[in-house]
Design a protein around this ligand. Structure first.
Ligand code: PMP
Length: 400
């Protein structure tokens, strides 16, 4: 008998909508399932600033030597400045420990493993319901207990602020609370400034610890500083947070796997100890991170000229999505839809949580070749000037 004969086939890691979309022969087909940006002609987009950085790196001629365990220092330094801001107190005081990571996923996993090993409080992490589906299994695999706090008000298609606060309040004191820094995935709904204040205050009162997942800095509003407002506010209010950064979306470096995990510590001495333990944790996982994407990100962030160009391109991506939200909503209204679609434009980031039922999502796929996830989430990046009317018409037909 073969060694692996007892293995049963598991479910596909992500829903088979990409395959179904690819197989569909309908020339009008639309993919709104993708979690990656598409330009107005539906094509993947390599940022010109990324191409310019690649050219510079190639012409300079870099070797292929290993990076250190925590990555390329010029990259991590720039990544920290991007997230925390150049005026950040803990950054200036030299008490932020940071390591390069295998994109946002890797940053979350380093964080999860680090907490499982060292977090002195309650080793339970609370994630929003719903959240990016990978959060739950990722943190469970790290060895943390995973629980949820209420986040989405289904009836109102809005934040369940009261439920969220109540669940955070009732969590075991000293728990870890995962917050999406901006552009919450999958709902596209972020707390308002006032709600963030309430959340920060309550978390402080309950001695919880905050882990920010920042996968979309710049991608939400088009402004990297505005998208970091909540996180920086928490730090200003005295939270020593952990942060997972990804450069997949804001630099379009998806497959390059560029990210960073950082931890605000109490002092430079504490930072030194954390630095050493991060190395001990990472070394047996993958020795050291890939260098190509980090070199590109570093080139952009360390050149004022390329940084400026990049900021314009991030804003361009965010703006296109914001324009498409407007267009989708106004097309639905033009078609005479009696439903309230204001959430399409009040939500932010790559996704809109349409409020469509699984049956309606099914009909969109079967009758209109529009493929999104069952939860009614649509990636606005799959919508463009060429298909927005068609998508609006289909949504109107299945909802009226
Ligand atoms: N967190 C959230 C909320 C995400 O949406 C994603 C990407 N879909 C990630 C983390 C991680 O992405 P990556 O590993 O590609 O950076």
């Amino acid at each position: 008998v073969s060694t692996w004969s007892n293995i049963v086939e598991g479910p596909p890691a992500i829903l088979g909508i990409t395959e179904a979309y690819k197989a569909d022969k309908n020339p009008k087909k639309v993919s709104v399932g993708v979690g990656a940006y598409r330009d107005d002609s539906g094509k993947p987009y390599v940022l010109p600033s990324v191409r310019a950085a690649e050219k510079r790196i190639f012409e300079r001629g870099t070797d292929k030597e290993y990076a250190g365990i925590t990555g390329i220092p010029a990259f991590t330094k720039a990544a920290a400045t991007l997230a925390y801001g150049p005026d950040s107190a803990p950054l200036k005081e030299g008490r932020i420990s940071i390591t390069q990571s295998i994109s946002g996923t890797g940053a979350l996993r380093i964080g999860g493993d680090f907490f499982a090993k060292f977090y002195p409080g309650e080793k339970t992490i609370y994630i929003p319901a719903p959240s990016w589906p990978n959060h739950k299994v990722l943190f469970a695999n790290s060895g943390l207990k995973v629980k949820e706090y209420r986040y989405y008000d289904k009836a109102g298609i809005k934040l369940d602020a009261a439920g969220m606060l109540e669940d955070i309040k009732n969590a075991e004191p000293g728990s870890i609370i995962l917050l999406h820094a901006c552009a919450h995935n999958p709902t596209g709904i972020d707390p308002t400034a006032e709600q963030w204040s309430d959340i920060s205050k309550l978390i402080k009162e309950k001695s919880h610890f905050v882990f920010f997942d920042m996968a979309y800095q710049g991608f939400a509003s088009g402004d990297i500083n505005r998208d970091a407002t909540a996180m920086r506010k928490f730090i200003a209010e005295g939270h020593n947070v952990a942060v997972a950064q990804s450069f997949a979306k804001n630099m379009g470096l998806y497959g390059e796997r560029v990210g960073a995990f950082s931890l605000v510590t109490g002092s430079p001495a504490e930072k030194k100890a954390v630095d050493s333990q991060l190395k001990i944790l990472i070394r047996p996982m993958y020795s050291n991170p890939p260098i190509n994407g980090a070199l590109i990100a570093s080139e952009i962030l360390n050149s004022p000229e390329l940084t400026n160009q990049w900021l314009g391109e991030v804003k361009g991506m965010a703006d296109r999505i914001i324009v498409m939200r407007d267009s989708l909503k106004s097309n639905l209204e033009k078609l005479g839809s009696q439903k309230d679609w204001s959430h399409i434009t009040s939500q932010i980031g790559m996704f809109t949580y349409t409020g469509l039922s699984p049956e309606q999502v099914d009909r969109l796929a079967k009758e209109y070749a529009i493929y999104g996830t069952k939860d009614g989430r649509m990636s606005v990046s799959g919508i463009n000037t060429g298909n927005v009317e068609y998508v609006a018409e289909a949504i109107h037909k299945v909802t009226s």
